[in-house]
Design a protein. Structure first.
Length: 264
């Protein structure tokens, strides 16, 4: 079922992927060795705040929930990227104000809000920072969807750009934070790697849910063929929806599966 809880499931997927990558992210941080710890703490905080807002009595305005998450991250977040992601959440909040359920159509404004907020950090593309991951990856997804490409194709393209952007930061000559002012050529920026892990958690969970939905639902489009016909916002025509696939045993994937099919 596509509802406000689907938004929490997305952030939980991001947080869990960051937890898996925590040690690698810490190792990439040659100055403080805490990028992984900070990213996990920050997005665990965001996820918990969103869940708290959604648990309140009555319908939840997703914009209000994201705005509260942004405020909490800005005041309680750890590390230099906390403010960057807080700005991104605030931008996403503006784009989702008035929404009480999260559908696949809301993914693009969420991602574009995160990218727009990151651009307010003063960093520039090509300087070897998290911006070199967020902008090309989210831009790839945005362009694919606006061109009418299928969901899986758009997700795979964004995943490729995220990984390419992170590894590309090794060619930058200077770093950020404690790494500013020294030669960082040959070193992957830990903040960029953290951004890639974040997007891989989000997009990877959606990819698994989409593939389960296509294998389990009748009439699903080809994996890379044409505009997606996966269900999105609530239809007013009363059209029949594909049946949701059986439970995967993973509550996050089952929740996200509602974005691609089943009852709404």
């Amino acid at each position: 079922m596509a509802n406000a809880q689907s938004l929490v499931a997305l952030f939980e997927a991001m947080t869990q992927n960051l937890e898996r990558d925590r040690d690698n992210l810490n190792q990439l941080d040659r100055d403080d060795n805490d990028t992984g710890d900070n990213m996990v703490a920050n997005f665990r905080l965001v996820t918990a705040t969103l869940q708290q807002e959604i648990n309140r009595e009555g319908e939840t305005d997703l914009g209000v929930a994201l705005g509260q998450a942004a405020q909490t991250l800005r005041s309680e977040g750890r590390g230099g990227t906390a403010a960057v992601y807080a700005d991104g959440l605030a931008e996403a909040a503006n784009r989702l104000t008035g929404k009480t359920s999260f559908t696949l159509d809301d993914l693009l404004p969420l991602l574009e809000g995160l990218a727009r907020g990151a651009q307010q950090s003063g960093r520039q593309p090509g300087e070897g920072s998290l911006l070199d991951v967020l902008l090309p990856a989210i831009g790839s997804y945005s362009q694919a969807k606006r061109q009418g490409q299928g969901d899986l194709e758009a997700i795979l393209g964004a995943l490729l750009e995220a990984r390419r952007g992170a590894t590309g930061t090794a060619s930058a000559s200077t770093g950020y934070g404690r790494g500013a002012g020294r030669d960082t050529r040959g070193e992957i920026d830990p903040g960029a790697a953290g951004a890639a892990s974040l997007l891989e958690g989000l997009l990877g969970a959606l990819l698994q849910s989409a593939m389960r939905g296509q294998s389990g639902g009748a009439g699903a489009p080809g994996m890379y063929g044409g505009p997606s016909t996966l269900p999105r916002a609530e239809s007013s025509t009363g059209e029949a929806r594909p049946q949701a696939p059986a439970s995967s045993g993973n509550p996050i994937l089952d929740m996200l599966g509602g974005l691609f099919g089943g009852n709404r």
